[in-house]
Design a binder for this molecule. Structure first.
Ligand SMILES: [Zn+2]
Length: 361
């Protein structure tokens, strides 16, 4: 049986004062080494916890808790960095990944309230309020070259854009030419950025995305000779990281306006074609790109014309080809020609919209 004596009790057994002092000093140093080792171990455990919490967080239903694990296709899953709000005072909000959001152009809108639809039956979900994805836009405003001598023009065009976005509640966020991020419409409110639009992930179908998706716009033009600046790309990446971390947004739901915009009048894609090509998915930490099957085609039978084909670079995206092939396969499975099945899907879209209008009324 071991008997534990206190340091003082052990020291009291040493008759020589110098030896007693040496014993006490050595014991104190041993204790300090143990405390340092212990605190190192605690730090390592802490880092491990952060890494576990930072594993891919994906979501299906918008009301799911952020840590809920939902299966999404492996090819479109990427790691989500955990990002949190550090400071919310003064003119900027500061986040842990270095993102700064300017609040000088904030405008109030209406709260998010939306329903999603099941793939199989198009049955509506309960009302949700947390954003399920991000739609990326360009402002399509005047783009002035990034040159020192044009500083005044650069600032003036930026301010014109922000005033316009604030007045019409167009986007939740704007990333200016200098990579500054402006929070315009609060994240829990609708910005009017996506109009008639369709998207779907593995579990749910989303129609008219103003309420369900956050709108992020780069001060840029899709066809401009001036590509987004490196500062814009960096800021866009930080903003995307923050939004995905905060709302558990799956990578599959980070897409461009051109990928979702539809025209219900003629049942064609591409009412808006911003970021129809060259969107810097990879620079923003996203790998899905234009290869994701286009849900407007696959689920609702939308078609496209030469105008759209020209906008996307003259050659269909891989995702457009994949959606068309899917539609043809499904048509065969239903014993219909592709055109019959397309009309059947389009009819479903029209019925869904009619129900939406009735519900809203
Ligand atoms: Zn747009």
């Amino acid at each position: 049986m071991r008997i534990f004596l206190s340091i003082e009790q052990q020291a009291s057994g040493i008759p020589d004062a110098v030896s007693k002092l040496r014993f006490l000093r050595a014991t104190a140093e041993r204790r300090q080494r143990r405390v340092r080792a212990l605190s190192r171990a605690i730090r390592i455990v802490g880092v491990a916890c952060v890494l576990v919490l930072g594993q891919p967080v994906t979501r299906g239903k918008s009301q799911a808790p952020l840590t809920r694990s939902v299966t999404v296709p492996a090819a479109v899953t990427s790691t989500v960095t955990t990002v949190w709000l550090v400071e919310d005072s003064g003119p900027n909000r500061v986040y842990s990944n270095g993102l700064q959001v300017r609040t000088g152009y904030t405008a109030q809108s209406t709260p998010r309230r939306y329903r999603t639809f099941s793939h199989a039956t198009l049955q509506a979900s309960p009302v949700a309020s947390a954003p399920s994805g991000i739609v990326f836009h360009t402002t399509e405003s005047l783009i002035v070259p990034l040159e020192q001598g044009l500083n005044r023009a650069l600032k003036r065009t930026r301010e014109d854009v922000l005033e316009h976005v604030r007045r019409d509640r167009l986007y939740n966020f704007v990333v200016d030419r200098f990579g500054q991020v402006y929070g315009v419409v609060p994240e829990d409110q609708c910005a009017f950025h996506a109009g008639h639009s369709v998207w779907a992930d593995r579990e749910r179908v989303y129609v008219d995305l103003n309420e369900s998706f956050i709108g992020v716009s780069f001060e840029a033009q899709t066809d401009s000779v001036f590509a987004p600046s490196s500062a814009q790309l960096h800021a866009g990446r930080l903003l995307t990281e923050m939004l995905r971390s905060r709302y558990g947004i799956a990578e599959a739901n980070c897409i461009t306006h051109a990928q979702v915009s539809v025209n219900p009048e003629n049942m064609r894609l591409g009412y808006h074609t911003d970021w129809a090509s060259n969107f810097p998915f990879r620079e923003l930490g996203l790998t899905s790109g234009y290869s994701a099957p286009v849900p407007a085609v696959q689920v609702f039978g939308f078609a496209y014309d030469d105008h759209f084909l020209a906008a996307i670079g003259g050659r269909p995206w891989d995702g457009l080809t994949a959606a068309e092939e899917h539609l043809v396969r499904d048509a065969g499975g239903h014993g219909m020609t592709a055109e019959q099945y397309r009309r059947h899907l389009q009819q479903k879209y029209k019925e869904l919209r009619r129900h939406q209008v009735e519900r809203a009324g």
